[in-house]
Design a protein around this ligand. Structure first.
Ligand SMILES: Cc1ncc(COP(=O)(O)O)c(C=O)c1O
Length: 510
């Protein structure tokens, strides 16, 4: 029974329970059952579709009268819990998704109970966020005096990093005058392998997609430095204002890491802002063996990365660090009478996080990082990350050893791109076959991969940031991909005998 239901008796009522003991018991059950689900996650399918009857229930009208926490939780257990995305499962390697940890889950419970608004004011959550940011700077080798902000993810981190770059490097007060006041167009540079969030940031910042010069890559999928220098020179000659280079510390397609030292040198020489998108790759710095591949990252003017990927924090949390705190504040800080800062009391505090990003109200994302890092220690994540990189190499080895599989890109970090290539099919037919194979693999529930295009060819893509994966899981994956590929070839031969081309068959979803 909720207190709210006593209002009819003329009592001022809250939303708290009248029977705390009953809610406590329910809460304990929720914790137990969620921990059970995590402990047993390996035994279920990675993914299963949401049945139509569940979808229908999830489209019901807004509840005007409450059913109580017990019944609401029963609905969750029936309609939500059995149909996960799959990223907590050991054989989920689609897109780039972290698996979370039980400690992170408990931390979210505490954060929601404590429920601070970490936009500003003087309270302990600010100190926890500052502590976490200081740890992250220390662990990544970034300057201690840099400013930072925990955000939803790398998309927001990239947006904030580029907003600071734009404001700092515009030849006008761009916050006051807008881009219409620019004396000449501002241009920025990145590789053809950049993540779409960088493109979207450039669009949102009003610079226009064309302002982002997309530089070709080397065969290792790193930005071509000579082509970059030529593009900057050509823009200067044409009267533009080159202002920023975006490097990738782990590209989304293949995990390639740009030559970050060379980019830092070039930016220093050319007077350009150096932003690094290190969504997952930046955290490789936690492994002493991997750290050297990121040399130069610590020289970035701004660095964005995620903690819900390779730090396995529950969704969502990423981070933006900015070397020049004044530039960071300069892009966002504002003074309003209703947000006046005082010397003492709740309205005090020398760091209000709203000054470092577009949001005022912010949740306590810091707590799950603080508890996670305290619980495991950063070195455990370094070992976990090195384990994932070793697993990627192991998977690449399995692919290379299989006569009917073909690897489509180098494996510098944790991403393996490959395809089934048995049966001497031509390019388009192989693309169609592999598309169908991917969907069957996912629907079968044994493993989840995602896909991309490499050199114009459809690729199955495994991005390994999963602390639950074991080597044997990759043996299972490869056996299943080969089995599905052989099945599809046999099916296509049967269709072929009936005069139907396999392109038509698989393009149609089989
Ligand atoms: C290289 C890269 N940058 C940016 C992003 C966007 O990160 P988020 O999904 O956390 O917004 C991703 C996501 O996978 C990524 O791989």
């Amino acid at each position: 029974l909720l207190d709210d239901q006593r209002r009819d008796d003329g009592v001022d009522a809250s939303l708290d329970p009248t029977d705390w003991e009953a809610l406590r018991a329910l809460g304990h059950r929720m914790v137990d059952e969620m921990l059970d689900a995590l402990a047993d996650v390996r035994s279920g399918p990675v993914w299963r579709p949401v049945p139509v009857e569940v979808q229908v229930r999830l489209r019901g009208p807004a509840p005007r009268v409450g059913m109580g926490a017990e019944a609401a939780y029963a609905d969750f257990a029936r309609d939500v819990l059995p149909y996960p995305l799959g990223n907590t499962h050991p054989r989920f390697w689609g897109w780039v998704m972290g698996a979370g940890t039980p400690v992170g889950m408990l931390a979210e419970l505490l954060a929601a109970g404590f429920n601070p608004n970490v936009g500003g004011r003087d309270h302990v959550a600010n100190h926890v966020e500052a502590q976490v940011l200081a740890w992250l700077k220390e662990l990544l080798g970034y300057p201690a005096e840099a400013s930072g902000l925990l955000v939803t993810g790398s998309s927001m981190a990239n947006l904030i990093g580029l907003a600071v770059a734009r404001t700092a490097r515009a030849e006008i007060d761009v916050r006051r005058d807008g881009l219409a006041g620019l004396p000449r167009p501002m241009t920025l540079y990145t590789s053809a392998q950049v993540h779409s969030s960088v493109r979207r940031s450039v669009e949102l910042l009003g610079l226009g997609r064309e302002a982002l010069r997309v530089i070709p890559c080397t065969p290792a999928f790193q930005i071509d430095l000579a082509a970059l220098a030529r593009s900057i020179a050509a823009d200067r000659a044409a009267g533009c204002l080159p202002f920023c280079v975006v490097g990738s510390a782990g590209t989304v397609n293949t995990g390639a890491i740009d030559d970050l030292s060379a980019l830092a040198d070039l930016c220093a020489r050319e007077g350009l802002w150096f932003h690094v998108d290190g969504a997952f790759g930046a955290l490789a710095a936690l492994s002493p063996a991997l750290r050297p591949v990121l040399n130069g990252m610590e020289r970035a003017d701004s660095l964005g990365f995620d903690l819900h990927k390779w730090l396995s924090a529950p969704y969502d949390v990423g981070c933006i660090l900015v070397r020049d705190e004044a530039a960071h504040r300069g892009a966002f800080a504002a003074s309003e009478s209703y947000l006046e800062r005082f010397e003492r009391g709740v309205g005090a505090g020398d760091r209000w996080y709203t000054d470092y990003g577009p949001e005022l109200s912010r949740g306590f994302r810091a707590l799950k990082l603080w508890l996670t890092l305290k619980t495991y220690g950063a070195d455990a994540f370094g070992r976990q990350i090195a384990q994932n990189v070793a697993q990627a190499r192991y998977l690449a080895g399995l692919v290379d050893a299989a006569p009917d599989l073909e690897r489509l890109a180098p494996v510098p970090l944790n991403i393996v791109c490959f395809r089934f290539a048995g049966g001497n099919r031509d390019g388009d037919a192989l693309d169609a076959l592999n598309r169908e194979l991917l969907m069957r693999l996912q629907e079968g529930g044994l493993a989840v991969l995602s896909s991309t295009t490499i050199g114009g060819r459809f690729a199955l893509r495994a991005a390994i940031v999963n602390h639950r994966s074991r080597r044997a899981d990759f043996d299972l994956l490869v056996a299943e991909v080969r089995r599905l590929g052989r099945d599809l070839l046999a099916e296509s031969r049967r269709y072929f005998a009936r005069g139907i081309t396999e392109d038509a068959v698989f393009a149609d979803g089989g």
